[in-house]
Design a protein around this ligand. Structure first.
Ligand code: CMC
Length: 428
């Protein structure tokens, strides 16, 4: 291997593949000619070593525990920015000027409503339906009401589709919650900022005045920022894959919502709280559950532990842990789940199994505790994650379309039956 290429020796021949440089982090071997030249393909289950694209949006270093949005460290962003500004940053690549910020915010406010017909659609779901399933369906249905966002090509059309999506998705998230509670659907209030508007749409009760609690809004804002993008994770890769077929933005995001729902991905925040409640009900014996997680005969995993990329610590988890302490303190809440979470963290972090495998608490380990403290029901946690991840999904989709990435179409190593002749049913 030289500095800018690698050599592959195979079948008595030698082939060279160029190395694609990065600004920071992993460089890639460009193997686009590999199959044509050698008849071989790469095999990388779970894409653990596969770069699916070249991106300029988010950088993370799993060993150092670093996460940057467009170059800005997450710690600075979480402390100093706000969710609307972060959405702009991810979508447009730079922090906005005052004028750019208000124009972006006003554009979103222009679309602060959802077609009434969609309410009929939400009515047909049973109240017990999981909000993520409802959210995915409603997001896909939005396409029918926003035809302009289907076949977008220019940067201007993409930006318009993004603003439409950002405005309308917050309604859908709020509505899915109201559905589970049997509450009437609320519309937006343009006197509020994005997070306040969502908060009011979701939680306003029909029989009393609604007061915006700044502690709650600040906590929500921070959680949404921390979830806003995370480069090529499962749901983002899904959004890019679906969009690579030139499927519209709303349908691509709907697919991302479905991917996020899984307990190994965004659904982990719900799974963490359910796990902590289970441990509490079972007498609070944390070591019993650590032992179960280590037992290869037992399918139980410590939810909220481990990450495909972070192998030192998840910088978002650090920020969230502190935020959880602050918020519970401010709201005067004592949560047994937080005590159990802290015990679990202590026991697991000292255990060889977790140390050797570099398994640390991830972003979802503490986020559920904050959501719970804010009065958000467990089934809504992943919806909150989706609302936060939305600008990341859209930015990645936009980047892919503007760069003209080809349709995603992996190959496979086939190990099924060889060619054989069809046998008539009477002769089988
Ligand atoms: N509890 C117990 N053992 C674990 C855990 C866990 N939470 N996570 C990984 N391991 C073990 C796993 O059994 C394997 O052991 P061995 O080498 O002996 O076979 C080893 O650690 C490596 O695990 P892996 O499944 O190959 O790692 P991965 O990179 O494919 O999976 C993960 C990453 C996040 C899916 C996994 O750690 C996990 O299932 N964690 C629990 C679910 C969770 O918290 N998900 C949220 C992730 S962060 C937010 C997000 O992405 O949405």
């Amino acid at each position: 291997m030289s500095d800018n290429k690698v050599t592959l020796n195979y079948d008595g021949k030698s082939f060279e593949y160029p190395i694609v440089d990065s600004t920071i982090g992993d460089r890639g071997i460009d193997i686009s000619k590999l199959r044509d030249q050698t008849g071989l393909i790469t095999l990388d289950l779970g894409y653990k070593n596969t770069g699916a694209t070249i991106s300029e949006i988010t950088y993370l270093d799993g060993d150092k525990g670093e996460l940057f949005y467009r170059g800005y460290p997450i710690e600075q962003i979480a402390e100093k920015s706000n969710f609307t500004e972060v959405m702009y940053l991810l979508l447009h690549g730079e922090l906005p000027s005052t004028e750019q910020f208000s124009s972006f915010e006003n554009n979103i406010k222009k679309y602060n409503f959802v077609a009434d017909e969609l309410k009929k659609l939400i009515d047909v779901f049973p109240r017990s339906a999981h909000p993520m399933g409802v959210l995915s369906s409603l997001t896909s249905a939005l396409t029918a009401f926003n035809p302009k966002a289907v076949d977008v090509k220019s940067k201007e059309e993409l930006d318009l589709a993004a603003e439409l999506m950002i405005a309308k998705f917050s309604h859908l998230c709020a509505w899915t919650y109201r559905k589970t509670q049997g509450l009437p659907i609320n519309h937006g209030d343009n006197s509020l900022n994005y997070v306040e508007n969502f908060y009011k749409m979701a939680f306003r009760l029909p029989y009393e005045e609604f007061e915006i609690d700044p502690v709650v809004v600040e906590a929500l804002d921070k959680l949404l920022i921390l979830h806003a993008d995370h480069e090529q994770n499962c749901s983002t890769s899904t959004v890019r894959m679906v969009g690579s077929a030139h499927t519209g933005l709303f349908a691509s995001i709907s697919a991302g919502v479905s991917a996020l729902w899984g307990p190994l991905h965004g659904g982990a925040n719900q799974a963490v709280i359910e796990m902590l409640e289970m441990i509490e009900k079972d007498g609070g014996d944390v070591s019993k559950y650590v032992a179960k997680a280590k037992d290869k005969e037992d399918s139980f995993r410590l939810m909220g532990f481990g990450h495909r990329v972070y192998k030192n610590f998840d910088p978002r988890a650090k920020i969230i842990k502190k935020a959880a302490d602050d918020i519970l303190g401010k709201l005067g809440i004592q949560d047994k789940a937080l005590d159990i979470a802290m015990q679990l963290e202590r026991v697991a972090l000292e255990d060889d199994y977790f140390v050797e495998r570099k398994l640390y608490p991830n972003v979802d380990f503490y986020s559920g505790i904050i959501y719970r403290a804010l009065g958000i029901p467990t089934e809504m946690f992943t919806v909150m994650f989706a609302l936060g991840r939305l600008p990341g999904w859209i930015s990645q989709w936009k980047e892919m379309r503007l760069k003209g990435d080809p349709i995603g179409r992996p190959r496979q190593v086939y190990q099924g039956a060889e060619k054989r002749n069809y046998v008539d049913i009477a002769s089988r």
